[in-house]
Design a protein around this ligand. Structure first.
Ligand code: CA
Length: 118
């Protein structure tokens, strides 16, 4: 019998090691083209350190590759895609840390996503 159970990817925290802008970025996260965090506002101001995310992505098929996009909100210009976090979820476990792979041209920012599979 193949294992047809799906997994949940619980996004725990976003760690910032270097901001793209001075002092802080206005961060939001997209998954499959949809904004998944924050859910109650346009962005969260993120400086050095970590912020709680606490978002659960349910119905993940084991071995599926998830790609999350980290965006910086800009009021007067188009929002910047800072980079992508790609993780493959094959079984329950964690927490794990996935470094954001910066997008060429905006490669100043350094972010890491903490998550676990449940
Ligand atoms: Ca900004």
């Amino acid at each position: 019998m193949p294992d047809t159970n799906t997994l949940t990817c619980h996004l725990l925290k976003l760690n910032c090691y270097f901001t793209d802008e001075t002092k802080q970025d206005e961060i939001f996260i997209k998954f499959n083209g949809k904004k998944i965090w924050p859910t109650d506002k346009k962005y969260v101001g993120v400086g050095l350190g970590d912020v709680d995310i606490n978002v659960k992505l349910e119905g993940i098929t084991p071995h599926e590759t998830l790609t999350l996009e980290v965006w910086d909100y800009d009021l007067w210009s188009p929002n910047d895609l800072l980079g992508k976090c790609t993780m493959i979820i094959d079984q329950k476990g964690g927490p794990f840390s996935t470094d954001m792979v910066p997008i060429k041209g905006t490669d100043k920012a350094r972010y890491t996503l903490e998550w676990q599979a449940v």
